[in-house]
Write a protein that binds this ligand. Sequence first.
Ligand code: DGJ
Length: 731
Amino acid sequence: MNIQYDKEHRIFQLDTGNSCYLIGIADEEGFLGHVYYGPKIADTDLAYLMRTEEHPFLPSGNDRERGSFLDSFPFEFPGNNVGDYRESAVEVKDCRGNSAVLFTYRSHKIFRGKPMPEGLPATFGDEENSMTLLIELADEVLGLKAELYYSVFADCDAIARSVRICNCSQEEIALEKIMSVSLDMDDDDYRMLVLHGSWARERQMEYRGIGHGKQSVGSVRGESSHQEHPFFALAANGATQEQGEVYGFHFIYSGNFLGQVEKSQYDSLRVSLGIHPANFSWILAPGGSFHAPEAVMVYSDRGLGGMTRTFHDLYRNHLIRSSYRMKKRPVLINNWEATYFDFDDEKLLSIAKEAAALGIELFVMDDGWFGRRNDDSSSLGDWTVNEEKIRGGLPHLVEEVNRLGMEFGIWFEPEMVSPDSDLYRQHPDWAIALPGRRPCRSRNQYVLDLSRPEAADHVYESVARILKSANITYLKWDMNRQLTDLGSAFLDGKHQGELMHRYVLALYRLQERLVREFPDLLLENCSGGGARFDPGMLYYSPQIWCSDDTDAVERLTIQEGTALLYPLSSIGAHVSACPNHTVGRVTPFASRGHVALAGTFGYELDVTALSGEEKAQIPEQIALYHQYQGLIQSGDYYRIASYRENHSFDCYEVAAKDGSEALVTYVQVLAEPNRRSRRIKIPGLDPKKRYRIEGQERSYSGSALAHAGILIANRPGDFRSELIHIIEADD
Ligand code: DGJ
C-alpha cells in the first residue's frame, strides 16, 4: 500500500497490493479528474488519459468551448448546473435559490492511518495497515469546501472513499444531493452485476447490459431493503468466477441509496454511489458540515471470486468490530418458526431442555414475549414482559435456561410502535407521519421518529433495561417495515428533508451505545429477514439474519448472493422444519444442516416435535460445526458451481489461508436420470502440496485438485448434499 503525489504531472497515485488508482489535477482552475483504475502500473505521467489535449481543449486555452470541456471531462467529484449534464455528485440550493456548484482543487494531505466519519459506520485502519489521501476542493462563489477522503489498506485491494462538505460562507446552504463515489471510466465492455430481491428472496444475482443513458439500483424505503442492494459491480464481458476484471462498489450505509452507471455520448461511464437524493436535503448552517457515508471500491483481475475474497477480508479485518468477530458463535435455537406467537414459559423450556440435551448452546426467545403481543396487531413499544406467558418473569426463565447449561437471547423490534400500544397512546407524535394524513400501516405498525431525541432515548432505555434485568447474552434487533409518510412532528419545515438520514444516524447512535454498554453482547441485526443486511449494520453486529426463507434450496441462491460480498461468519443461517414454512418443500435434514453450515449455524424449529432419526442428527451436525467453524470463519471462499445458473447442483468451497485444508459443500438439487459422475475442480489449495480427502486412501496434489478435479457420483434422490473435507497429506 502506498499513496504519493507526483508534483510534476500533478497526479495522485494510490496503490493497493494489486491495484492502482490515479487522480489528476487539470488546468489552471484545478479541475480534479479521474485518470486510471486497474492493475498496478509504474507510471504516473498518465494525465493524457483525462483527454485534456484533445478537442475541446482546456478552458484556459479555449474558453469558447468551456461547456464542451465540462460535459466531457472525467470529473472525480462532478458539480451541478455549470455545463456537465451527466449525473452530478453534489447538488445544493443557496440562499438565493440557485443550484450551481463546481468544486476545484485547493490542497491535499497524505497521512498514515484512516480517519472515521463521525457518527457513521466505516472501515477502520491504523497507521500500520492503512493510509489516507485527503483532497480539499472548494467552490469559492458559494464558500463551500469539499474534502474527499481516499484510504488504502495494506492487506486488501480495496479503496474506501467518503466526502465531507463544509459551509464556510455566512449564509445557510441546503445540500440536496451528495454521492460518496463518482468515477468516470471508459466503457471497456462491462456488464453490471446487481443484487435484487424481495422478502424471502433477498440478494439474487442479476447481470444487466449497459446501454447509453442510466442504469441504477436504489432504495427509497428508509433501509437498504430486500428489493435492491447498495452494491453493483462492473464485470468485463466474459469475466468468470476466477478470471477477468471486476470492479465492485459497496456502500457502507443502511438507508436510502442510489447506485448508478451512466453511459455518456462519448461512451464513457460515470459510476455514482451515495445517499439517494430523493426526499433528501440537509441544511448546512454557516460553519456547518455534512459527512457523507463511506463507500468501498474493489478491483479484481481474478474475476468475481477475487472481488468476493477482497470484500470478505476487508469486512473481517476492517469493518466488523465485535469481540465475536473471529470467535466461535454459540449454536442457537430460535423459537420463531417453532411457535410463532403461541408460546409460554413451559413450551419454551420444553424446547430448551431438549435442545440442551442435543448440544445446542443458546436459546433465543423471539417475538411475542412482551405487552399483550399474541399476534402482530399490538404492543410494539411496550417492552415489559408478559407475565401471563412468561410466568415468574424473565429473570426466572433465563435462570431456568442457564440451569440447562444454555445461554439466553432475546428478540426486540426497538424502532417500531403499534397503534395499539400504551406508548402510541401516550405519544402519538413519536410516530413518523404527515399532518392531516392517516399514516400507512405495514404489518400493523408505525415507525418511531428516531430524529426525536426523547423517542430514541426511550428506545434505548427499553432495550437496556431488559438486558440488565437478566443474564442475556444475545440480542436479535429486528425491523419489520419500511418507512413511508415522511413527516416528523419534531423537525421544523426547513429540516423535514433530513428525516431519513437523521433516522439512520439515530439508529447508528443507538447501536453504538448498545455495543459500548454491553461489549460482550452478541448482537444479530435483522429486518423482516434480510432487508438490512448491509455493511453499515455489520459495523455494529458481527452477524445478520439473512432471510426469512429457511428452505435449504432457496437458501442456496440467497446465500450465494450474500456471500458474494459478506464473510460466511456474518450470514445468519438456521436449520428449520419441513415442509418448509415459506415454500412447502421437503428436504433431507442432513442437507439443511450442510447449507446452514455456510453461515452462523443454528436451529429454528420445535425440537420436541422432531422424529428420533432427525434428532439423532443434531449432535452430529453440531460436531461438524465445531470441527469446521474456524475454517468457515477465516478461510477463502470459492464459488465452484451455482444452482442459480445450472438449475441442477450447487458447489462452494472454503479453503484455509495457509493451504492446509478445504471444505467443499456439494448439493445435488435435482436428481437426473442416467447422468455420469460430475467433475468438480477445487481451487485455492497449494499446488505443490499433497492432499487427502477425508475418508479416502489416495492423495492428490493441490494442482490436480485445482485443474483435474475430482469426481462426485450421481446418486438418486433430490436435495442430496455432501461435505468433502480436504486435508494436507503426510506423504
Ligand atoms: C421477522 C424476522 O425475520 C423473523 O425471524 C422473526 O423474528 C419475525 N420478524 C418476528 O416478528
